[in-house]
Design a protein around this ligand. Structure first.
Ligand SMILES: *Cc1c(COP(=O)(O)O)cnc(C)c1O
Length: 419
């Protein structure tokens, strides 16, 4: 598309946006009596207006039924998580019984590594992206420690070439090939939280499988942002949180995918009563009998208010459709990039890939000089985006609730602020 640098053009894009009405389904923070420009959905998504009713429904069931809420209401708590599986699966390209909502992201990362990181003989190494989100680094290093392996020798960190900010797919694949039989697990993010780079997950999966390693992804910044095909790609497992693009609220319940090809295997895992055969769970027997599939990894009865909140948001995703969201997102972020390139910008550079298929909604701006001072000034003018050490401002227009006009206003305010 040939973009134009005018508010009239931005408004014309809003007019032809078939997803435009979704912004009315969200609460926006206010600034000086008006809607703030919220480009922070990559960190904490906004609250759908329907969320309150979904949570209140559970409060009412609890209020009126007490313990009978587990079985009696229209949405019984014992099977509540099953209500989310179809919509969640659609977002990540998985069958409903390949996904489950449970725990938090880092917990699920550990649970999956217990099962899929099984160092043996020469096959001991983990491949991760250098500069991965800290929690992922801690999780991976502590798993190595747990197996008595020194990260210095057994952790391979993918790093960009000298002078570059981004990883090249060919380099990732070459590293995997090079270490081949010594790799036990390949576990990068889907979209890097800092640079906004979307990795070629299909190519990484193929390379990892070809050398006999397991492959899993942390999809925190990919889920609800870009379409995924976890089942078709043959990914072993994936984990994600739901409070970023998925808008399920602070500390929201996390997601977990395991490919159905593993569902009948007896994988080593940590077990709890919620993974036990549903028919016999309340027989309270001493021996664990797995449900089968990823649900067997559930430990505890889940937090129902969090599930209710996630359900509210996933319904919006089902209505909008992840492919439609991606189509809009490509335009929205493309427009943002176009406008930012029109600003004379000796003070910053965009480090996110220029190629739209290598990124999601987010553009990361590396600021020369004080990034926090710039962020504070933007904040005073009603723009909410975020800062990551040492010098990165992340700007993420979310296609579910952000508009082309907001992108235009953002660019205007950024230009004024830099002047
Ligand atoms: C947001 C994020 C996390 C956060 O982990 P929690 O367990 O949800 O606190 C972890 N890893 C990545 C890559 C993230 O983007």
């Amino acid at each position: 598309m040939n973009f134009e640098n005018t508010i009239a053009f931005a408004k014309s894009l809003d007019q032809s946006d078939t997803l435009a009405s979704f912004q009315n389904q969200f609460h926006f923070p206010a600034h000086a009596g008006k809607k703030a420009i919220y480009f922070c959905g990559n960190s904490l998504g906004l609250q759908p207006k329907s969320t309150r009713a979904f949570i209140e429904n559970e409060l009412r069931d609890w209020e009126s039924m007490g313990v009978k809420g587990h079985t009696k209401p229209e949405k019984p708590w014992v099977s509540f998580h099953e209500l989310l599986a179809k919509n969640m699966g659609d977002v990540v390209g998985a069958k409903p019984d390949e996904v489950v909502m449970m725990n938090s992201l880092t917990t699920n990362l550990h649970l999956m590594m217990v099962s899929f990181y099984r160092p043996k003989g020469k096959r001991t190494k983990i491949v991760i992206e250098g500069g991965a989100f800290p929690s992922d680094q801690y999780a991976v290093k502590s798993q190595l420690d747990f197996h008595g392996l020194d990260p210095k020798d057994h952790l391979i960190e993918l790093t960009p070439r000298k002078g570059e900010n981004l990883l090249r797919t060919e380099d990732i694949v070459a590293t995997i090939n090079q270490h081949g039989e010594s790799i036990a697990l390949v576990i990068p993010a889907g979209v890097n939280y800092l640079t906004g780079q979307l990795y070629d997950l299909q190519a990484i999966t193929k390379a990892a499988k070809a050398c006999g390693a397991c492959v899993g992804f942390d999809l925190a910044h990919a889920v609800g942002n870009v379409p995924l095909k976890l089942h078709d790609w043959g990914v072993d497992f994936a984990v994600w949180c739901s409070y970023k693009y998925l808008n399920s609220g602070p500390g929201g319940i996390a997601g977990c995918f395991m490919h159905e090809s593993h569902s009948l295997k007896k994988l080593p895992r940590f077990e709890g009563w919620w993974g036990h055969n549903k028919e016999k769970r309340f027989a309270m027997g001493p021996n664990f009998e797995a449900i089968g599939g990823v649900e067997s990894w559930q430990l505890s009865n889940p937090p129902i208010f969090q599930l209710a909140s996630a359900q509210a948001s996933l319904e919006l995703f089902a209505q909008a459709g992840i492919e439609n969201l991606r189509k809009k997102s490509l335009l929205l972020t493309g427009f943002l990039e176009f406008l930012m390139e029109k600003i004379p910008h000796s003070r910053y550079e965009i480090i996110t890939p220029k190629n739209p298929i290598e990124r999601g909604a987010q553009l990361s701006i590396k600021v020369h000089g004080s990034a926090t001072a710039l962020l504070d000034k933007l904040d005073e003018k009603g723009i909410i985006c975020d800062f990551r050490e040492p010098d990165i401002i992340r700007v993420a227009p979310a296609p579910l609730y952000n508009s082309f006009s907001e992108v235009f206003l953002f660019a205007e305010i950024l230009r004024e602020t830099l002047d």
